[in-house]
Each structure stands twice: as structure tokens, then as C-alpha cells.
Design a binder for this molecule. Sequence first.
Ligand SMILES: [Zn+2]
Length: 315
Amino acid sequence: MFKKEIIDALAWFENEKFSANFPLDYCLPVYHNVSNEHLPHLKHIIHYKNEKEFEEDLDCLSKNFQWVTFDEFKDYVKGNFKPKRKIALLTFDDGYREFYDVVIPVLEKKGIYAMNFVNPAFIDNKDMMFRCKVSLIKDTLDNLNCDNPSILKLKYHQSKTIEDLSTQFEVDFQDYLEEKKPYLSLDQLHQITSKGFGISSHGMNHPLYHEVPISEQLENTILGYNYMRENGFHYESFAFPFTDFGVEKSFFDELFKNKDIFCTFGSAGVKMDSVSKNFHRIPMETGETASQILKKEIAYFKFKKVLNKNKIIRK
Ligand SMILES: [Zn+2]
């Protein structure tokens, strides 16, 4: 791919002085999971890191940024918090169990805060995100030596096809949920909060926003907001499931009519947004180290700066 080759070439010239070279005052890394295990529900859709790789990422980021909590981040946005260095807010999406079992012990050891954006529909392992279902079916097919790459292209609204395939190949999602417990329970979410970490909304059940009508985007977001509010979590923020790509200005206009909502989070990398309350995070599960990812993000930002294309413009 042409774009990839340009970034790779430009990134080669970047050094590791990220504290100086990072073009924004805030760095928002986003992960989904950390595990040393083969997780069939994630293996085929997310390139999650193992514990060692995750710790190396954190060490790289710690050298260059000042970690903040979500409350400090909000104060920083409001101009009430003057950090000594560029800040970093560590975020996770989807509320997988390993956030409690694997990630938090590492963060407690290093004294780093993180927040996790979760989908109420999956808390307590009531259900599973459709992409995880697809990953599970793919895993089963691989074990049968049955190659079917098109299965990974199934979409949110194709739930009937996904269910049919699960029946055909005897993949029982409910059994998997009960046995493996891939998601955090409500009790664990409360424990996470009492340990000082943050929980916030990732919408109700993880549709790809630009593929559903705006009424459904809003409904999914409001259901997530309500749940966070009722359960004492951070209801003032929301992180888009998958991507905010293609989400129109009118969605944000409508959402921010609710004055409780402080900000939203996308994941377009080092980017600004014409919606000033939408902050972009850097996807950290590209199969590269934090250092490689930051070099590429910085190089790409410089490249786009020449073209004046670092701001996403919403219509
Ligand atoms: Zn997600």
C-alpha cells in the first residue's frame, strides 16, 4: 500500500525523543487486551500484546510523558491543570476480563492509571460482541483446517448469518461465555473503580457507527450513558466502538446537547477534529512496539501538516 510505504520510510528518520517531537500536548493510547494466552474470541480480530510487550510499551511511554487520570485530563482540557510534561491518558476498550487479571496488576506495580470503555450489553458475559463471535467461528474453522477468510468480513447487521454459522459449526457462544468469561462482571467493574481506575461508556453493544442510522447511533450512545450513570461510573465520556470515521457533525451536536457529556474519544491516531470535544486516541495493537507506533504517528503527522490535513472535518 502506497500510504504505508511513505509512513514506513518517513518513520525511519524519526528518533525516540517523543517528549520533544510528539506534535500534540496529550497522548492517548488505546488497547483492548493484554494476554500471554491464545484467546479464540480475539485472536483473529485484534493483535493484542503479551504482558512483556505491554510493559515495554508502558516503559517507553513513561519515559516521554506524564501519566494522568481521567479527572486530570478533564482539568487539563478545561485549562485548570498545568502538567510539567506532555500528558498521556491510558485507555482500554471493550471491558475484557484480563483488564482485571493482567493489566491492573501491571499498572498497580508501575503506578499508572487507566480507564476502560465498556459495553453494558456484554458486562457479566450476557452476550459477546459480534466480531468476537466471528473470531470464535474462525478459530473453530482453522482447527478443522477449513479456510474461510470471508468470515472475518461479517458485519453487525448480519447477526442471523453469524448465528447460523455458529449452529452449523457447533460453536456455542453461551457455553463459551459461561466457561471462559471473556468479559468483566459488574462486580469487577466496581472493584476496578474502588482501586482508583476508571470505567466509562463504549455504547450499548458495539455497532460500527457509520453503518447504522444516526437515530441508532444516538440510541446506542444514550443507553450506554444511562447505564454508566445508574451504576456510578464515568457517564461524562464516551468512546466510539471501532471508529468514529464517517460519524457526522449532527451526531455530536445532538449528543452534546446533554451538558453532562464532557468529551468523546475516537481512535484516528494523532489527529485533531473539527468537533473540539472529540479526542483521538492512538491504536496500540498494530503488531508494533510503542516506539515504532509513535515514530510512525509523528512522521505521518508531519507529512499531513504540509498538506494541512491533520484535522478531521465533520459535515
Ligand atoms: Zn471496542
